[in-house]
Design a protein around this ligand. Structure first.
Ligand code: HEM
Length: 400
């Protein structure tokens, strides 16, 4: 949860750019109340968060048992039990195995040439326009949509429908129920049709890889496969779009002096991308939930069996015992320890290397091609696009 001084007094909605959000200092595990009234243990120190995310006594499936606390979907904590993210142990591995080879750092590095070509094509179009231009419409949204569409093998009508489905899949709760149901049913039907198509005529896309691996593995329900495909399609572009928008807002708004070096030095752009991934959260939600299957000691405190545990990666990424204080100061310095922004343990983000690559290439090439790029409207006037767990600028008006 954001601190109260980060929110609008009337609406209660967060207003600050994400890089300016305040974080309390990490400390020993303590009990907190979630928005739906559930008592949970908040874990916030780097080592404690790593422990919760990697120790198999803390799982996701337990959050769905009949005697588990009724965590509401509004809290952004749960989602359908069928999701890979909500499975543990062998059930989780069976699903994850069908994809993980496609997303290793080495496999993702092989995608670099065509992703770089898409970046360049976007920049050509940007250069052909006349400023001021909205960087979200021209770059941060279409780039990840094109990348995930190419990866998953989506045709043009599906690409055009992608944002529509995403708005419902990550709804902030403001959509009428009937509209939600119909949009999500249409999205699931699209997922089912895509899987059937690739089963009949496999291609070199990830959907085909997934279908083949799942059929070989066996025991994976068709509904789970549909959820997986749909989850990759929306999650795979929305998160990267969010990250790109928030990172560019920070760089252009508050660190314009870093822009020249970003354009000159590709290695430096890699370090900056990692630091921004580390420090700029995707949204205002501060913790990923787990369920304790047994009494377990974390950071000197025993968390009782049956507890809901919130692992706060944002606070842990600012733990002064691991990361020296004032971490934004030197954007180009490597991190002192692996970031927790992609989680850790069995649910470590499958798309981490893809997201990194898109961010690195984007920052480096944007700065190289547009050395004079700057905000045309102040960051304080930003309107926010809000999803269940993410927030990013609706528009970033720039000139050069
Ligand atoms: C900046 C971009 C991204 C960030 C910060 C991010 C962050 C995360 C985090 C923190 C988790 C673990 C959550 C937990 O353990 O509670 C996760 C899981 C996941 N992410 Fe990402 N993600 C990003 C981009 C992507 C992309 C591009 C894809 C796909 C192409 C993706 C696919 C997944 C999947 C499938 C999982 C679930 C893995 C599992 O349950 O085994 N993510 N992500």
């Amino acid at each position: 949860m954001p601190r109260s001084d980060d929110t609008d007094a009337t609406t209660g909605l967060p207003t600050l750019p994400l890089h300016r959000l305040g974080f309390d200092s990490p400390g020993p595990p303590r009990q907190v109340d979630l928005p739906d009234g559930t008592r949970a243990w908040l874990v916030s120190r780097y080592e404690d968060v790593r422990k919760v995310l990697t120790d198999t006594r803390f799982g996701r499936a337990g959050l769905h048992t009949p005697d588990a606390p009724p965590l509401t979907a509004d809290a952004g904590l749960v989602g359908s039990l069928d999701l890979m993210f909500n499975q543990d142990g062998e059930d989780h591995l069976r699903l994850r195995r069908s994809l993980r080879r496609a997303f290793t750092p080495r496999a993702v590095a092989r995608w670099r040439p065509w992703i770089a070509a898409i970046v360049e094509q976007r920049l050509d179009e940007l250069a052909a326009g006349s400023p001021p231009v909205d960087l979200v419409a021209a770059f941060t949204l279409p780039l990840p949509v094109e990348v995930i569409s190419r990866l998953m093998g989506l045709d043009t009508p599906a690409r055009q429908r992608l944002r529509h489905w995403t708005q419902y899949a990550f709804s902030d709760g403001s959509h009428p129920e009937e509209e939600m149901e119909s949009a999500l049913a249409e999205f699931a039907a699209f997922g089912a049709a895509l899987l059937a198509e690739r089963r009949n005529a496999p291609g070199d896309d990830l959907t085909s890889v997934l279908v083949r691996a799942a059929d070989e593995e066996g025991g994976i329900l068709e509904g789970q496969l549909i959820d997986l495909v749909c989850g990759l399609v929306v999650g795979g572009h929305d998160s990267t779009m969010t990250m790109l928008g928030n990172a560019l807002l920070y760089l252009l708004g508050e660190r314009p002096e870093s822009w020249a070096r970003l354009g000159e030095d590709e290695r430096a752009a890699e370090a900056v991308a990692e630091r921004l991934l580390h420090l700029v959260p995707l949204g205002d939600d501060r913790g990923t939930a787990r369920h304790a299957a047994a009494d377990t000691e974390v950071g000197g405190v025993t968390i009782p069996a049956g507890s809901v545990v919130l692992a706060d990666c944002g606070m842990a990424n600012r733990d002064p015992d691991v990361f020296p204080p004032r971490p934004f100061d030197d954007l180009f310095a490597p991190l002192a320890a692996p970031t927790l922004s992609f989680g850790a343990g069995p649910h470590y983000c499958l798309g981490a290397w893809l997201a990194r690559l898109e961010l690195q290439l984007s920052l480096h090439r944007l700065a190289a091609r547009f050395p004079g790029l700057r905000l045309a409207r102040p960051a304080d006037e930003i309107e926010w696009r809000r999803g269940t767990t993410s927030r990013s600028p609706q528009r970033i008006t720039v000139t050069w």
